[in-house]
Unconditional design. Structure first.
Length: 296
């Protein structure tokens, strides 16, 4: 069930996008760029990394829909039953086996090193998919989104056929129906960015979430990134506690999790901003760790 009183029933990712109109379309465009743009990894391999990592992190929503997408793009379904310790025998090409092992460790915060002998851009794109997965797992579970498995199948197979452009069309229709005109708060990612352009987009997005307009004080958002409650106002401690747990690992929220936050006078939009700040912090942490490994 939804954790939001104003949105009863269940919520899915499209519902979440409708709650962040100034970020939704650029985020969808970024998905298209990251998971369908030029890369030494095929679209199916990137979806496989996304789904495999989501399963290891316990995010059923992301794992299930993107598993169907990856399988429709030619990835053997048996891959997703392989435990991390057995990836050396996974039914995919050797390069992907090694990248999945590396990505799993990076996702879960286990000390690791990039696989040797693989192209730098292949490792770089893997690191970016890790960051993207860490981000969206926390958005989905932090806001308790859910869908029936049959909907995951349809959506995953639809992504395989049409990419993320179709998601954009559906969200735009939702904005039109609600009478919402999104502001362009982020750079345009519709043209697949490459290399430094992706890093700049991520930097700009992080700055918007952590430093841009929000009901949550900047001190709280930055305290999440610094992993300390120092300087957090007393009335904002429920926010920091919730967000800190979410940065550490994706976990499904419940109404009970929100009770201390709402009791302290914060609103449901503040919860959305908090989840986005926590997810962005997790993304940045993995990109930074992965980039340092690649440079080293």
């Amino acid at each position: 069930m939804s954790i939001f009183q104003r949105l009863p029933g269940t919520i899915n990712l499209r519902d979440i996008f409708l709650r962040i109109p100034d970020q939704a379309l650029p985020l969808i465009d970024f998905y298209e760029a990251m998971l369908r743009g030029p890369s030494p990894l095929s679209a199916g391999e990137r979806e496989a990394i996304y789904s495999y990592l989501s399963r290891q992190a316990g995010c059923h929503f992301c794992h299930t829909s993107h598993r169907h997408c990856a399988v429709a793009l030619g990835i053997p379904a048996a891959l997703f039953e392989v435990l991390p310790a057995d990836l050396k025998d996974a039914p995919v090409r050797p390069e992907l086996r090694r990248l999945l092992a590396f990505a799993t460790d990076l996702m879960l915060g286990i000390p690791t090193v990039p696989p040797r002998g693989l192209p730098a851009d292949m490792v770089r794109d893997t690191v970016r998919v890790v960051g993207l997965t860490a981000f969206i797992n926390r958005v989905i579970d932090g806001l308790a989104a859910e869908s029936p498995d049959e909907a995951h199948r349809r959506n995953g197979e639809g992504l395989a056929r049409q990419g993320y452009a179709q998601v954009r069309v559906e969200v735009e229709k939702g904005f039109a129906a609600a009478g919402v005109t999104p502001a362009q708060a982020l750079p345009d990612a519709a043209a697949p960015p490459g290399g430094d352009a992706i890093d700049k987009w991520l930097h700009d997005y992080s700055a918007l979430v952590l430093d841009g307009p929000s009901g949550i004080p900047r001190t709280v958002r930055h305290a999440l990134a610094q992993e300390t409650a120092r300087g957090v106002p007393l009335d904002a401690m429920p926010l920091w506690t919730f967000g800190h747990r979410l940065v550490a690992a994706p976990r499904r929220s419940t109404a009970a999790d929100l009770a201390p936050i709402l009791a302290a006078g914060w609103g449901e939009r503040d919860v959305v901003d908090l989840v986005l700040a926590s997810a962005t912090t997790a993304l940045r942490n993995r990109l930074l760790a992965g980039r340092q490994m690649v440079v080293a």
